[in-house]
Design a protein around this ligand. Structure first.
Ligand code: ELE
Length: 209
C-alpha cells in the first residue's frame, strides 16, 4: 500500500477546509482534532491556505495537514515547501502525478472515470479521490469500480455527509470520505469552534462501523 493510501485509510474522515483568515488556522485545527479528526485538507482556494499549512506544520499533535485544490505544478511545489503532509487534486493530471512522485509528496489525484484510474495505475498509483462523488453516481458508481479496481483505495468527496458516509465506507475499497461538513466556511469565518468540534464528532461517528 502506498503512503497516500495508508494516510487516507488511517484518517477515514477527512475534513475539507476553506480558510479566509490566517489567525483562524490554529483554533480551527485544534477544534477538528478535539472533535476526533486526525487529518485536514486545507484547500488553496484562498490566499490564506498556504500560510495556514506553514503555521500548522507539527502544531497539533496527531493531526496530519494536507493541501487541497492543487491545480498546478506551482501549487504542488509551494505546498511541499510549506510542509504539507499530503496533497489532493480535484482532477487527474499525469504531470502532477509525476511531480509528486519526484518530490516524494504523498498525492491523491481526483478520478471521475475508470480511464483516469487506469492512467493513474499505469504510473504506479493505488489511491484516488472520487470527485464530485454524489453527482458521479455516489456509492453505486464506486461499487461498480470496486469490481474492476478492488486493489485501489478511494476517497469519495463532494456531497458526502453523516447521512451517507457509511454507504461509501461499507465498500472495502473506500478508504476514507472527504467532506466540508465539519467546518463550513461561514462557521470558520464566525469562529464557531465549539460547533465545529461538535460537527467533527458527528462526522467521525458517522464513519465508524
Ligand atoms: O477543493 C477541492 O479540491 C475539492 O475537490 C472540492 C471539495 O473537496 C469539495 O468541495 C467538498 O465537497 P462538499 O463536502 O460537498 O462541500
Amino acid at each position: 500500500m502506498s503512503p497516500i493510501a495508508k494516510i487516507i485509510r488511517q484518517a477515514r474522515a477527512i475534513p475539507v477546509i476553506v480558510i479566509d483568515a490566517i489567525e483562524d488556522a490554529l483554533p480551527l485545527a485544534q477544534a477538528l482534532r478535539t472533535g476526533g479528526l486526525s487529518s485536514m485538507e486545507i484547500t488553496l482556494r484562498t490566499a490564506a491556505g498556504l500560510e495556514a499549512i506553514k503555521r500548522l506544520r507539527g502544531a497539533v499533535d496527531g493531526l496530519s495537514v494536507g493541501v487541497g485544490t492543487v491545480l498546478s505544478a506551482d501549487d504542488l511545489k509551494r505546498a511541499h515547501a510549506a510542509g504539507a503532509d499530503f496533497a489532493v487534486s480535484p482532477g487527474f493530471s499525469e504531470d502532477l502525478v509525476k511531480l509528486a512522485l519526484d518530490l516524494g509528496l504523498p498525492y491523491l489525484p481526483g478520478a471521475a472515470t475508470p480511464g483516469e484510474v487506469m492512467r493513474g495505475r499505469a504510473l504506479g498509483l493505488d489511491a484516488f479521490k472520487f470527485f464530485p462523488a454524489a453527482t458521479l453516481g455516489g456509492p453505486a458508481t464506486l461499487k461498480a469500480w470496486g469490481d474492476v479496481f478492488p486493489d485501489n483505495h478511494f476517497c469519495p468527496t463532494g456531497g458526502v455527509s453523516p447521512d451517507n458516509a457509511r454507504d461509501y465506507l461499507a465498500l472495502a475499497h473506500v478508504a476514507a470520505v472527504g467532506s466540508s461538513m465539519p467546518a463550513p466556511r461561514k462557521m470558520v469565518q464566525e469562529k464557531k469552534w465549539e460547533e465545529i468540534k461538535a460537527l467533527s464528532h458527528q462526522f467521525v461517528a458517522s464513519t465508524q462501523a
